[in-house]
Design a protein around this ligand. Sequence first.
Ligand code: COA
Ligand code: MG
Length: 291
Amino acid sequence: MRARRALLYMPGDDEYKIKKAAELTVDSVVLDLEDSVSMSCKNTAREMVAKSLAEVDFLGSERLVRINPFSSGLAEGDLEMVLPSQPDGVLLPKTKTAEDVQKLSKILADFEKEHGWENNSIAILAIIENAVGIINLKEIAQADPRLVALICGGEDLATDINAVRTRAGWELFYARSAVVLHAGAFNLQAIDMVTTDFSDAHALEEEALQCMKMGFGGKQIIHPNQIEPVQRAFTPDEEEIAYALQLIEKFEESDKNGQAAFALDGVMVDLPVIIRAQRLLKRARAAGKLL
Ligand code: COA
Ligand code: MG
């Protein structure tokens, strides 16, 4: 499993921010060709993204590109320009159907074949950000083996359903839960919406912790200040790791004695608790906190 605790976006035509992002310690960088690039700059952005992917060393960060949606008529041209620089994955915005994912996968497969690259080496991350996408989650989540993550796009979704964005965010709670649920059912990562107010550190911490507890494995971000708090929220701390190790040890002991449920500090522990402990250790390993 690759850790995708934080996905940092930057406009694909902003060379300064792309170079800056390359120096930051963030799990994934997303060079954007979609909403953060104005229509008149789309071509400049395509060229800049292709060049940056080829020339800039992003250290250990996963290198992702967000293309424009197929409905814009720009997606094919985006892919033609950036794929030769071999990004690690492509974000598909406004994903509405399984066919959208399959269409992208076919283009990637043809490209990999043509260049002699490993089959399925370029990942797809589908952004679910309209009501139809939420309704079709069951089909989208099973669309293609290349799909590794479902991303919840909060702002577009709110617009699509005529919701008013609030600090508590209840207007998007059902949609966000649906994303987590389908990711869980089909073994995908769930990645949460952006906190657009990058000046409010408290709101960010709160949202990051809340979404981690809901089951998201990561969160989209738009500013360097958001990296540390978000990555921290998705990284188990020493105490949690020690407790998980203790739970597993106790479980193995008690299981040997034919007892699948036992008590620890006055709390009942059984298999689902152990599975969560094992997953926490997996996250700790992916984040480099445990061997
Ligand atoms: N990636 C890399 N570097 C970034 C960055 C980003 N997303 N956002 C800001 N920075 C850099 C700035 O260039 C600045 O660098 P400097 O200190 O060397 O001059 C520093 O971080 C501090 O930035 P700040 O001045 O606080 O913000 P700003 O006014 O320059 O930019 C935004 C604010 C919102 C325009 C900017 O954060 C941004 O472009 N975010 C990404 C937007 C995006 O891609 N949206 C699409 C997905 S929703
Ligand atoms: Mg958008």
